[in-house]
Design a protein around this ligand. Structure first.
Ligand SMILES: NC(=O)c1ccc[n+]([C@@H]2O[C@H](COP(=O)([O-])OP(=O)(O)OC[C@H]3O[C@@H](n4cnc5c(N)ncnc54)[C@H](OP(=O)(O)O)[C@@H]3O)[C@@H](O)[C@H]2O)c1
Length: 336
């Protein structure tokens, strides 16, 4: 495999830092690394394979000679810079929301729709983290029984809001422990420590947040199910890392709990942790810093109308790894 020049746009952020680690762990053929960030971080070193590599300013000419760009910056930066990288011959795998729903941009979870990668025109989008974590277990059940409806509640970690979110929760926990006032809670709308915030993103006219609509719109695109019915509620929780989701799936065809369990046990990217007798189920502390989506609490939906096949389960996954960096590096592996 020939070595590639790989740029990371946003190399100093939580996703960018995790990308460095994933490239290293997965032995990705990086010949030269180009870490890019804002003016604030120019010259700041990032560590790759035990060596310090200074960050460069993210600007169009920084992409000269780059083969692959892993995007880990905000939407506006991705929109401004990734087309410049494509013009210079690079292929980009982007984590921002900027290009996800564009018709000529594949939106890919490799366990679900790796075949879509081949249709790219220079940019491939990584889905929203909660969408990736939910779809890894939902997809094999869909293949077996035909998904018709998805009802999801998410419990999303503070680090889903990047380094500022991670730092803010740690600060608030310290304040609360010391009995001091928490004060301003940016980037969150309210104090997160000792709290839950049922708002991630802005609201639409129907009362759904942008994060909730991603589950519907991205889920439909990834699974090629344009009519799929999705109802999602997204909640920010005072967990440092790993998103959790309660998911109910309705299917066209009957599927028993035992069949579903067997399918999930064989599914790529999934680990079944489900033993109520010994209180074994997925939890975010256990799923952090690894790449599998843990699934448990698998059970029949007792509220399903007569004749409707419906299952409920709980899953957790590390949203910085599988929900972002690992998924992007997996896509890049298909490119090489
Ligand atoms: N955190 C997650 O769990 C997660 C999961 C899935 C997807 N994502 C998405 O991944 C992207 C990165 O998220 P994150 O959580 O890693 O955010 P973050 O920790 O806030 O990091 C943001 C990165 O973008 C860089 N940046 C900011 N403004 C820039 C500019 N004008 N020009 C160049 N670089 C700039 C920052 O560089 P400086 O250090 O120089 O400011 C930093 O490296 C976002 O689009 C986010 O929505 C995040």
């Amino acid at each position: 495999m020939s070595e590639k020049t790989v740029a990371i746009l946003g190399a100093t952020g939580v996703v960018g830092q995790q990308m460095l680690q994933c490239l290293e762990e997965r032995n990705f053929p990086v010949g030269r690394l180009v870490p890019l960030a804002s003016e604030r971080s120019v010259g700041k070193p990032v560590t790759f394979r035990g060596e310090d590599v200074p960050c460069q300013l993210a600007a169009a000419d920084a992409f000269e000679g780059v083969d692959i760009v892993l995007g880990a910056a905000d939407d506006a930066t991705a929109r401004a810079l990734l087309p410049e990288a494509v013009k210079r011959g690079a292929v980009c795998v982007d984590n921002s929301h900027a290009f996800r729903l564009e018709p000529d941009v594949p939106l890919v979870v490799p366990e679900v729709n790796a075949a879509d990668i081949a249709a790219h025109h220079g940019i491939i989008a990584n889905p929203n983290c909660a969408t990736i974590i939910g779809l890894v277990p939902v997809w094999p059940l869909h293949q077996a029984a035909g998904l018709t409806r998805l009802i999801v509640s998410t419990y999303q970690a503070a680090s889903g809001a990047g380094k500022p979110g991670l730092d803010e929760l740690v600060r608030e926990i310290r304040c609360v422990a010391a009995g001091e006032p928490v004060g301003e809670s940016a980037p969150f709308q309210y104090q997160l420590a000792e709290n839950l915030i049922p708002q991630i993103g802005g609201f639409n006219e129907e009362g759904y947040t942008s994060e909730e609509m991603k589950m519907q719109n991205e889920g439909r695109k990834i699974m090629h199910l344009p009519e799929l019915r999705v109802n999602c509620t997204c909640v920010r929780v005072p967990v440092v890392r790993s998103h959790s989701e309660s998911i109910t799936c309705e299917f066209e065809r009957p599927i028993s709990v035992d069949e579903a369990r067997a399918i999930l046990e064989a599914a790529p990217g999934v680990k079944v942790v489900d033993d109520p007798a010994t209180s074994r189920y997925p939890m975010p502390l256990e799923t952090s810093d690894q790449d599998l989506i843990y699934v448990g609490r698998l059970r029949r939906d007792l509220s399903a109308p007569e004749g409707v096949s419906s299952l409920t389960f709980w899953c957790c996954g590390d949203q910085i790894r599988k929900g972002a960096a690992t998924n992007a590096v997996q896509i890049a592996e298909y490119l090489v």
